[in-house]
Design a protein around this ligand. Structure first.
Ligand code: 4AD
Ligand code: MG
Length: 457
């Protein structure tokens, strides 16, 4: 049986067999106690072993970290903290863990240390909780969109176009390291695809094609960015949720983003209460009030120009000065939602100069129909926009920023044949997990983090 099914049962069966890893062992007179965890939930099952038990002598080889199988009788626990405990009738040591060298002894370890043993950290309470929440959050994404009539599209991982136009792409090649192309020939002509290939930074452009066919779609997959910024909020490989909706304008897009974030937050509060409580206790004391506030408040909405005015009038000295045309930095984003509005904020109509080519140009000719959702504790959670559906304006914009338009012929076709207004956004899945747990470093919300100069595991 899984420990979760035992501990959360009103009346479990009289006998059970469990398998898991020993968290602690305590010896008493005539007895031993084991705390066993099988990963199914935060709580351990307490196991009592009497000295008379066959195989009791193997206990001397059973230390923290060992894997065991135990059969026994489930009885009501007289002790505090658990409803049921297991009186062992047999115990089998499956895999030993050496007490001298097993790195996860019963004490508090720093996040930095645990990152160096990312293969073992899910065996701690904190990271077990984190990755159960991560799994449940992914499920919530699919449930939300499924219930909303969206179709799930698998957009490609290897791509020939740069969606964000920011040149932060990882190259994909099969050419040998020292390959020198024949005279006058570009290297990629000899390459696997016969042209330059990269890992995708976003599934948006392909999602647009499917929104302009199936109506409402979303992608949810890994994305890759070679931004060389070693920050607590950026990873080179992260997961992104990208809905795309035909016939939707920027306001519809804001409503969708707000509804999705609230749905996912409420889902985790309801379905991962135990795991979430750990973060509220040990990581961020304000977590539950922040999440309740998020679920129950209307997100503030304001144009970029107003955000700039608020920041300028704040009297605060920021590391990065603000003025129309500057990108909002994390310090600005956090000031807006943590200090000024004290709730999530949607900033829209950004200057076109700081946003990608595909965003719909406003009539003022200097701002675009962009929106970012900023949340307390994290800053930018979501980036999205209404897309430019007018072919001539799109092409002009790309020419202005000197893009090579050849790879985008199919993207233009979407504007040539039955073009429609449409909108979408991308939510960083790890940013969401940081928000929902209060964990401040992206390396601690993804199983095996990929960051500059770090490719262990
Ligand atoms: O704002 P971004 O760059 O938007 C896009 O990529 C659009 N094509 C999305 C769309 O409209 N379909 O990225 C979207 C979100 C950010 O708000 C942030 O949460 C996350 O992706 N993100 C990252 N998360 C972790 N590490 C990184 N390096 C990230 N870069 C962006
Ligand atoms: Mg962005």
């Amino acid at each position: 049986m899984r420990i979760k099914d035992i501990l959360f049962s009103e009346q479990p069966p009289a006998n059970a067999s469990i398998r898991g890893w020993v968290r602690t062992k305590r010896d008493a007179k005539g007895f031993a106690f084991l705390e066993v965890n099988d990963g199914s939930c935060l709580k351990n099952l307490q196991v009592i072993l009497e000295e008379s038990l066959a195989g009791f002598e193997t206990l001397k080889n059973i230390n923290t970290g060992a894997s065991v199988m135990i059969e026994g009788n489930l009885v009501e626990s007289p002790g505090k903290g658990q409803k049921w405990e297991l009186r062992a009738t047999s115990i089998t040591l499956i895999g030993e863990a050496d007490a001298e060298t097993f790195p996860l002894q019963k004490k508090r370890h720093s996040d930095e240390f645990l990152r160096t043993i990312a293969h073992l950290r899910p065996r701690t309470n904190k990271f077990g909780a984190m990755f159960r929440i991560r799994s449940e959050s992914a499920f919530a994404v699919h449930q939300f969109f499924h219930e909303g009539g969206f179709y799930y599209v698998h957009t490609p991982i290897i791509t020939g176009s740069d969606c964000e136009g920011a040149g932060q792409m990882f190259r994909v090649t099969t050419l040998p390291t020292a390959f020198v192309p024949p005279q006058g020939e570009a290297a990629f002509e000899q390459d696997f695809f016969g042209k330059e290939a990269s890992l995708t930074v976003s599934g948006q452009l392909e999602a647009e094609a499917y929104a302009c066919s199936l109506g409402r779609v979303y992608t949810f997959g890994p994305t890759f960015r070679a931004e060389n910024s070693n920050t607590p909020r950026h990873a080179a490989e992260f997961w992104m949720i990208e809905p795309e909706v035909a016939f939707a304008d920027l306001t519809d897009n804001m409503v969708l983003a707000e509804t999705m974030v609230k749905f996912m937050t409420a889902h985790i509060m309801e379905n991962c209460a135990d795991d979430l409580e750990l973060f509220a206790k040990f990581v961020d004391e304000t977590l539950m009030s922040r999440l309740n506030n998020l679920v129950n408040s209307d997100f503030a909405r304001l144009p970029y120009q107003d955000a700039i005015d608020i920041l300028k009038a704040s009297g605060k000295t920021f590391e990065f000065p603000v003025d129309f045309g500057t990108d909002l930095q994390t310090e600005h984003e956090r000031y807006l939602c943590e200090t000024h509005f004290k709730k999530p904020v949607i900033v829209y109509d950004y200057p076109k100069t700081i946003k990608p080519f595909y965003m719909r140009l406003n009539d003022d000719n200097r701002t675009v129909r962009a929106m970012d959702v900023l949340v307390p504790g994290v800053g930018e959670l979501i980036g999205g926009s209404q897309r430019e559906e007018r072919l001539d304006i799109l092409q002009q914009r790309m020419a202005d920023v000197k893009m090579d338009t050849a790879p985008y012929w199919w993207y233009f076709d979407l504007r040539r044949f039955g073009s429609v207004p449409h909108s979408g956004f991308g939510m960083g899945f790890e940013r969401f997990l940081m928000m929902i747990t209060g964990v401040s470093n992206i390396r601690d919300v993804i199983p095996f983090a990929r960051t500059p100069k770090n490719l262990e595991f």
